[in-house]
Write a protein that binds this ligand. Sequence first.
Ligand code: NAP
Ligand code: ZN
Length: 342
Amino acid sequence: MKAVRLESVGNISVRDVEVPEPGPDDLLVKVEACGICGTDRHLLHGEFPSTPPVTLGHEFCGIVVKAGDAVRGIAPGARITGDPNISCGRCPQCQAGRVNLCRNLRAIGIHRDGGFAEYVLVPQKQAFEIPLALDPVHGAFCEPLACCLHGIDIAGIKTGSTVAVLGGGVIGLLTVQLARLAGATTVILSTRQASKRRLAEEVGATATVDPVATEVVEAIAGPAGLVPGGVDVVIECAGVAETVQQSTRLAKAGGTVVILGVLPQGEKVEIEPFDILFRELRVLGSFINPFVHRRAADLVASGAIEIDRLISRRVPLAEAPGIITCPAAAGEVKVLVIPSCG
Ligand code: NAP
Ligand code: ZN
């Protein structure tokens, strides 16, 4: 079968590899769709650790074609979405229920072969059944949505909360929608590209801000801003120093800041501890998707999340290396790899 292989840092190509054989607890899944994520670019450049040679792709959905002897409750023909993050279940963090902080975390598409291929092996405990009637491309959104859902859970949004989301990539645009579903009545998104601001308003943002043309903190939290004094919750989804710095200044006293965006390891941002103390801010990290994949899959299946407008392109496996090698094109939100096309 064809697979998109990271052979070593900086070296990615489509290769012919053997179709894997399921072990006792595995499902062999025919991949229908797999999303390209910023992390795939970080893996290519060695900015995020992986164990090449490995097939990339951690946002996948497909049909079970074969099940190992110990698999129960799911059979060939079912459609599943995969939670790529495999925790060990034995380390102190896992035993305390913090599986996302597992010391031995291994991910499908990072440490073992992933979904940019015709077939992928998925341990049954990482597989979540979704309806056959669903557009399989929507299934590929369950993984990024699950990461946003964890951030939303941590944020503690209440009915009527005011929220600012910084960064209008797929994570920001899904977070806007989840914030509205969680009960926020004001959701402001800041992002540089006009097309993404328009998209945000289409999917539920009540207002948008252009961080190039305006001073974001003033425009949102200033005396004449959209929410004078600041918002209840700020969710950083851009992963750049500038927006992290804006975050604490955008939160009102007693407010919450959630960091979803990934800054390069070692990068430093200036913050004022006095401000965090004196205004009693909660500044929280949100890392991947502990125990939320089922809810994310059900949300996708419910149709409550606008997904079609977030899809920029569908491409065959052969085009994936070129796309991962280049920075995201202007206006592009999510590119999906469809192994059966091309
Ligand atoms: P992305 O497409 O790169 O989104 C980031 C967006 O931020 C860009 O689209 C960009 O849009 C915007 N941006 C950049 N600089 C900005 C600025 N100064 N002010 C406002 N917006 C700015 O990536 P993504 O897939 O949505 O992911 C977002 C972040 O979440 C990434 O860092 C990713 O690694 C991280 N992530 C974290 C988790 C987790 O578990 N915590 C899971 C998945 C992804 P414009 O060009 O319009 O500004
Ligand atoms: Zn563990």
